[in-house]
Design a protein around this ligand. Structure first.
Ligand SMILES: NC(=O)c1ccc[n+]([C@@H]2O[C@H](COP(=O)([O-])OP(=O)(O)OC[C@H]3O[C@@H](n4cnc5c(N)ncnc54)[C@H](OP(=O)(O)O)[C@@H]3O)[C@@H](O)[C@H]2O)c1
Length: 242
């Protein structure tokens, strides 16, 4: 299996390696989609800051690779989990990030992962007392000028309905809508705000922005759109504090 991106030799620790002193100052984050492109880059960003990161993977080989990098993950398929079973993995977690997605695949997978899975995660966060919930979503008007096939139309519709469920929750939620994700290196400069153009954004910049947002407790209950831009990520995030 190719190595997971974004996780070079990390200074971070697994949850089980934290001392009681660490417990006071380290942010504990659980990432659903941690084996994915954005998820693994986010794990790298957070562990580089010293945060304790864990998450959900579907395969043992993914668990073993992440464990070798001090990210101790749990195995599960969000499409088949109950809120109770997921909640049992979330003890002490301060922020749950949901970046799993079908990326517009088959309808039933989209329904399970981009739809129902997020609702399960919301319920699990509530049951486990996880205060913050961040969802990586998508620009709802993405590619309106292009002809989308039925699966893609369905994907955008499900993502939008999922956003409604997140925004109606009592959690301290955040929805980040990136534009088209690309794999070129990040520039560290973005356009972030309630309404942005739909261009492209390197996944590295999405992960860095998300990490910065998670470290800004004054940003919550907001939908933010993200595109490539000119503003350094730290400044772009600070500008969204209300
Ligand atoms: N593509 C775009 O241009 C675009 C634009 C805006 C927003 N987005 C959204 O951005 C998010 C992240 O994108 P990405 O590029 O990082 O996606 P990705 O690389 O395809 O990663 C998807 C992640 O979801 C996990 N996953 C899928 N089904 C799962 C299940 N049933 N149970 C547990 N985990 C499951 C995958 O696990 P495995 O490793 O096991 O497959 C993987 O970790 C997605 O939600 C996507 O919809 C995409």
């Amino acid at each position: 299996m190719p190595g997971l991106p974004g996780l070079p030799g990390l200074p971070g620790r697994g949850l089980s390696e934290l001392t009681s002193e660490d417990e006071e100052r380290v942010m504990k984050v659980f990432v659903i989609g941690i084996s994915g492109s954005v998820g693994s880059l986010l794990a790298g960003e957070l562990t580089a800051r010293g945060d304790a990161v864990t998450g959900l993977v579907r395969r043992e080989d993914q668990r073993a690779e992440l464990a070798s990098r001090h990210v101790d993950v749990r195995i599960g398929d969000i499409g088949g989990m109950t809120a109770d079973s997921l909640a049992s993995l979330l003890e002490g977690i301060e922020a749950l990030v949901y970046t799993a997605g079908s990326n517009g695949g088959r309808r039933e997978v989209t329904d399970a992962v981009d739809g129902e899975g997020v609702r399960t995660a919301l319920d699990a966060a509530r049951l486990a007392g996880v205060p913050r919930f961040a969802l990586v979503s998508v620009l709802p008007e993405a590619w309106r000028e292009r002809a989308l096939d039925d699966h893609e139309e369905h994907y955008f519709a499900v993502k939008k309905l999922t956003e409604v469920a997140v925004s109606e929750s009592a959690l301290d939620w955040l929805i980040l809508r990136p534009s088209l994700l690309v794999d070129r290196p990040g520039s560290g400069r973005v356009a972030l705000g309630p309404a942005q153009l739909h261009g492209e954004i390197p996944r590295e910049d999405v992960a860095a922005t998300l990490a910065e947002l998670l470290h800004e407790p004054r940003i919550g209950r907001q939908i933010l759109e993200l595109n490539e831009g000119e503003t350094p990520i730290v400044s772009a995030v600070r500008a969204q504090v209300r």
